[in-house]
Design a protein around this ligand. Sequence first.
Ligand SMILES: [Zn+2]
Length: 308
Amino acid sequence: MVPDLTDRDSIQPFQIDGLNLSGRLVRLGETVDQVLTQHCYPEPVSRLLGELMALAAALGSGLKFDGRLTAETRGDGPIRLLAVDFMSDGAMRGYASFDAEGVTAAQDHTATESSPVPRFLGNGLLALTVDQGPDTELYQGIVKLDGATLGDCAHNYFQQSDQVDTALKLAIGDGEDGWHAGALTLQRLAELGAGDEPVFRADREDAWRTGVALLGTATSSELIDGRLSTHDLLYRLFHEEGVRVFDPRAVRFQCSCSDERALAILGQMPAKEIEDLVVDGVLEVVCQFCNRTQVFTPDQIGDAAQES
Ligand SMILES: [Zn+2]
């Protein structure tokens, strides 16, 4: 069968009727490849940022919101910051801030190969923020970076801040056609009890455990291998329990930076600071997310300052 390339950048929601679980399979191809290659990040940075993108897509697609979900890690390790935005329309972007020498040193001198979080991120926090624009309440959940992998940290996040049982598996890899990241999540569905109140029935514990065990059998390469369609993978994992798929959602790399937004920020800075930043008559601003260079003249910034 010819693989459907839209599978590469998609979120596939599904339901397992026999176990009363819902889930989503996230596949990122071009989306994650563009973010990682345009910055030429070192491999450990790429792997963690790619996984965080898959995590953000998995979480963002499970929430009803209109705006932006930001997934961020801040730590005292050589990778100081990882930031990913997932917009409700499927646009994604991400960047990392790190000490290149520190990353290399941690690569060479640390024995704990399989523990990228303590090794590269150190002690810190994983924060998830949903911003639906002005005049709305910001939602934020924060957990300590407590775990060997980002998947472990996400697990802690679910335990601490989610009322709904959630299981998750993340994967990242690079092949001939670039970087791929994947995520598979499962959630318990509430059932209707007396008075149509949603309840999580205790006698469904077995079903939940079965689902988590089946999720555990998915290999990293299955999660990211574009030659295996999302439908085939879900069928392979869950067909005995009756899996149904819903319409997939597309994701793509897209940065929301603009000249207008940059000017609005520059316009609020003190004139003296602007003066110090001007080189050869212009001020250059580089977007951290997409590397785009924006060039402004002091006159443009002066106009923006008057408008603000
Ligand atoms: Zn940008």
